[in-house]
Design a protein around this ligand. Structure first.
Ligand code: IMP
Length: 192
């Protein structure tokens, strides 16, 4: 029988990506599917803490196998910022446009554009937490390019490509992204 897991995220883009990466291997249910309408808190100081906090929130209340991810954009010239604070970089509104705008502004006079996306997945099965990490290296370009993806995708160009994640499209992103790497590790752990 196919494994079934809840992906504890309110981000529809992440849900679509992880479902596409999983393909037919496992069934991924959304928070909506389990009638969880909560805005799950993420108050940790690391990606690991936040991923565990989100997965634990669902596991404790709904008693089902579940996983959550937390992602940060780590910019070398900013000593790894915005990192775990990527969603709130330009303030509590979690506004992706404003976050990108602030990043471009902060890096305006910076030659070193090296950055990476890092994702941590926390999986909880039978009360036990398992962590999986995925990274993709690249650089921050100077102006937005592309209409696909979400968040910082229009300004992130992965190494080995001359297009941003927003230009590359979901098929390529879902093969090489931080989230794809972490999710593949999770699926392998599950024997899928
Ligand atoms: P979180 O994991 O939902 O907390 O995301 C942190 C921040 O990074 C948010 O502003 C997201 O929009 C952004 N983000 C997360 N994953 C990606 C991605 O795959 N591409 C671009 N931005 C992302």
């Amino acid at each position: 029988m196919k494994h079934s897991f809840v992906f504890a995220t309110n981000n529809a883009h992440k849900l679509d990506e992880v479902r596409a990466i999983a393909g037919k291997r496992i069934e991924i249910r959304s928070l909506h599917d389990i009638h969880c309408m909560a805005d799950i808190p993420e108050t940790g100081d690391t990606l690991e803490e936040n991923a565990i906090q989100k997965a634990r929130y669902v596991y404790d209340r709904y008693h089902c196998a579940c996983f959550a991810d937390d992602t940060g954009l780590e910019v070398e010239a900013l000593d790894g910022a915005p990192g775990v604070y990527s969603a709130r970089y330009a303030g509590d509104a979690h506004n992706a446009d404003a976050n990108v705008q602030k990043l471009l502004c902060v890096l305006k006079d910076t030659e070193n554009r090296t950055a990476r996306f890092r994702t941590v997945f926390a999986l909880i099965v039978e009360g036990k937490v398992h962590l999986f990490e995925g990274c993709v290296n690249g650089r921050i370009i100077r102006t937005r390019r592309g209409a696909g993806g979400f968040g910082y995708d229009p300004v992130f160009m992965p190494d080995g490509f001359d297009k941003t994640f927003a230009e590359l499209g979901e098929e390529v992103k879902n093969k090489i992204s931080h989230r794809a790497v972490a999710a593949q590790k999770l699926f392998r752990f599950l024997g899928q």
